[in-house]
Design a protein around this ligand. Sequence first.
Ligand code: NAD
Length: 506
Amino acid sequence: MIPSFSAETRLADGAQYIAGRLRRGTSGREHAVVDPATGERVYGYELAGAADVDAAVAAAQTALPEWAGAAPGERSDALHRFAAVLGEAGRAEELAQAESLQCGKPIKLSREFDVPGSVDNTAFFAGAARHLEGRSAGEYSGDHTSYVRREPIGVVGSIAPWNYPLQMAAWKILPAIAAGNTIVLKPAELTPLTSLLFAEAATEAGIPDGVVNIVCGAGPEAGEHLVGHPSVAMTSFTGSTAVGCRVAEIATGTVKRLHLELGGKAPFVVFDDADLEAAVHGAVAGALINSGQDCTAATRAYVQRPLYDAFVAGVADLMGTVRLGNPFDPATDLGPLVSHAQRDRVAGFVERARGYARVVTGGETPGGDLAKGAYYRPTLVTGAAQDSEIVQSEVFGPVLAVLPFDGDDEGIALANDTPYGLAASAWSRDVYRAGRATREIRAGCVWVNDHIPIVSEMPHGGYRASGFGKDMSAYSFEEYTQVKHVMYDNTAVAAKDWHRTVFGDR
Ligand code: NAD
């Protein structure tokens, strides 16, 4: 139950990955990666400053012409090798351990979800790299042939959050480089380890130096410098809506392509003909995955009145069986939150909710062996008003609020009643009811009779305050490519008809 992975040994050369090698940051500021299960420091590194970001962008610029000019098949081959390197047993286990160490994720989640998901994403983009699509060429004016070229944008600057650091690195890096861009990624300060290991594996797979660069620095310093950098052509950001707005402001000022994956507050709508047991299981799994630090997590369950009491009782019972513990124990269901600060933030939401709602179960930090870690018990809240903080704001912890509703119209209206629109689920055995919910709920993903699963082939991205643009799937190429119209004259005529509008009627 002790990880064999040691960040101090493995990443001894520093936490900046620039032009194919690790190096130290030059900001003069040290940052510690802390194991949230114990509160102990597991790695210290010097944060990236502006000069490190400049060096990473320069490396990405240098690598760009050759990588952008490579045939799709060559990029595809490199990505296939990358998937193979990542999937090697020793490498996959190292990634899983590093991810659990820095995030406090249960090792079974890292081994069965984060790592295989990232390997699969890599394999998907290896194939997709050969399938950039556009309209077929045609003679739309009669006198010309038109076609489109789908071209890379250039150097992409990406910023990622701490909740799924490995998958976020994969989601940002893979579509960008599959389309022929080069990239500089800034992971969250708390969780740099797996992004660095991911980039190193890319180099090992033969992806040229400078195609993938990682700068580990603070948001307002390295992050803003990257977003505002004149040589960066696109910003792709995943994180909170508040920081996303700041990033958008800077990116807009330098006319960059912008992709924003922001916060969520996913509704979970249970109609009265739903399979109650399935809905209860789905709600507990959907609310607690990754300790609720999931932008698509089920956070507000709306349950039609006839099922409401049984649903609340079922969720409370099932939450009581979830095993909190050491993330490296394969039997642990729920680890700590990513940091003590995040745990305290979550606890603050629940403490304030006690003033206007009922905490049915949870709402406390465990004692005993777990007291040193950033643990928080699975928490169920009822009786909160729709406009209350716990229902409207992103808590990002293992907390589910449950509210009743009467008619279907009301259930759907409540589901749509927050500023967010990332994901949602509808629970019903009636295909027409579920179908209506999928049409009328305003979110980038609506599940029916499940909540959370993702696949590399399908897009992930938000509506409204959850942002715009898509990660994963071939749809992500819409973000990471630009379309050029090429138009050939087919007539070889010097005096063309349309010239009359300029030279007069001769
Ligand atoms: P955050 O917004 O605090 O930080 C995200 C990243 O932005 C970090 O790398 C941080 O260093 C950087 N940053 C902070 N200030 C910055 C600034 N001024 N300029 C540039 N970069 C800056 O988010 P977080 O707390 O790391 O992650 C949790 C949030 O991420 C939640 O809101 C969650 O919903 C969201 N999220 C969204 C998705 C999605 O796909 N929509 C996926 C995962 C997480």
